[in-house]
Design a binder for this molecule. Sequence first.
Ligand SMILES: Nc1ncnc2c1ncn2[C@@H]1O[C@H](COP(=O)(O)OP(=O)(O)OP(=O)(O)O)[C@@H](O)[C@H]1O
Ligand SMILES: [Mg+2]
Length: 343
Amino acid sequence: MIRFPRTVVALDWTGETAKLLKVRIAGSRSQILDYAVSLPAQARDIGPLVRDFAGRFRKQLHVTYPGRQAQIRQIDLPIASESDLASSLPFEIRRHVPFAGTEDWGVYYQILRKDREKGRLSILAAVADRAERGRAVELLASGGLEPRRMELAPLAAVNHLIHAGERDTDDCWGVLDVGATGSWLVLKRRGAPLHVRSLPVGCASFAQEIVVRCGVSRQEADLVQRAEISLSKVKPEWRDRTATLPSLLRNTLDELAVETMQQINQFRMRQGPVRRLHLGGGGALVHGIATVLQNKIAIPVLPAHPLQAFAIPGTWDDKKRDHFEAVSPQFLVAAGLTRWWER
Ligand SMILES: Nc1ncnc2c1ncn2[C@@H]1O[C@H](COP(=O)(O)OP(=O)(O)OP(=O)(O)O)[C@@H](O)[C@H]1O
Ligand SMILES: [Mg+2]
């Protein structure tokens, strides 16, 4: 099928930091038109922020919702029309997840691949809490936003990685997204249900550890965590001590590693060893975090660079390019929301 070029605006916002991408999807490589990271002071500020960013493409809005309890499966089916699929899928998925399609649990799906020769469709089907999705709709509606598409955050991230060349082999691999208040982990093996879990440790716990350990304010801790200010500047008594970020965050990083390993061990017993973890979210920007987690978990932990999938405007100066590259891991979900691979 030939698709016309189109522009999509992706918004990854669950009440804290908004990540926005505007992408033109056409030809061999999609192009970023603009990107933004912003922390709206209040929920109602999201509307003007998005409208301002999206301009005339505000109707092409793709958004995320958290899906903390989601059950996700990859299913292969004979090729069917969209309407046949919508009616048959709940029955199909109920063989695996008995409560799918009930009042509380909606069924949502995405087509991963269509193999016309074999007549098969590969689908990612999610059973997700309708109320959680409903809350996201309400939150956006309070800002006057009506998204065209809504997707679960872990699905968007996994989908991006698969299409960006992550080999969808029988190997197990996963994504760890370290967000503002918590993190989520998704572990995947082709054909097996995705293992999606939320973990209690996030960037707020990092900042809290800096506050307690160093006796600084929360604002100062945030700046230290972002390496925007050195600790010795805020607290001269730290001048003579070794204060790398991983050492300041050691308790929280330990906790994150232990929680992650517990999930990996559970998954491994059923599905085999997990070969690598892709690290995303704002927490992936903490200096040294990937190396520390890799040493603790003893599998490769790779910071995700989702924005490499896009061409960037030639008009951007070096400063903008550098910033764009530096924040890339935080855009893993937003990149997946654009569905750039549907050219
Ligand atoms: N350059 C940076 N260095 C270190 N930490 C950073 C940097 N930039 C952002 N962060 C941290 O990342 C956090 C935001 O991460 P992210 O955007 O993934 O959260 P979120 O998606 O809003 O949260 P959630 O997914 O939990 O709802 C900020 O709270 C901040 O602590
Ligand atoms: Mg997030």
